[in-house]
Design a protein. Structure first.
Length: 173
């Protein structure tokens, strides 16, 4: 039995500490579509970690030039995702960053975010990293960005689920 392809969320942030905030949100939707938006920091979001910028390569200037307001981003997310559950491989940081975004916009989140581990089988967990390496090598995505990362996670989920199903059908573990 093939399981549905989950919606995956990934967030890039200004840093790694408690005072960091979301700067980009990416979603991988079930049929290969993607949503991505840069987020313009509000005045009180001042923390900036150069080492985080070294990973995502998004500058503060780029956010001010191309980022959407927190109100635009939260409205778009709620419209796109209303009532649905998204999964994150970094839930312990992605969920607080989403909370920061929605709190700043004085908006309730109309969707749910859950740890990816909640839907992984034992086989998927055991083979996750090797499958993910193969996905990354095949896709050859050059930018470390939220929507690319969400797509890689979603594709890793899909392929590892297919492998698990194939093994179950053959009666092997």
């Amino acid at each position: 039995m093939q399981r549905a392809t989950p919606l995956i969320i990934d967030i890039e942030a200004s840093g790694f500490g408690y005072d960091s905030y979301p700067i980009e949100v990416g979603i991988a939707l079930p049929k290969g579509e993607r949503f991505c938006s840069l987020i313009e920091p509000i005045e009180t979001w001042t923390h900036w970690d150069q080492s985080a910028e070294g990973i995502h390569h998004i500058s503060r200037d780029e956010l001010h030039l191309h980022g959407k307001s927190i109100f635009e981003v939260t409205r778009a997310l709620n419209t796109l995702l209303q009532g649905q559950t998204l999964y994150s491989d970094g839930w312990v940081v992605d969920k607080p960053w989403l909370n920061t975004l929605f709190y700043a916009a004085h908006t309730a989140m109309d969707f749910f975010v859950s740890p990816l581990e909640m839907i992984l089988t034992e086989y998927q967990m055991d083979h996750w990293h090797s499958v993910k390496r193969g996905v990354i090598a095949e896709l050859k995505l050059t930018r470390h960005r939220a929507s690319n990362d969400a797509y890689i996670i979603q594709e890793t989920y899909r392929r590892s689920a297919l492998e698990a199903g194939t093994r179950e059908n053959r009666g092997t573990t």
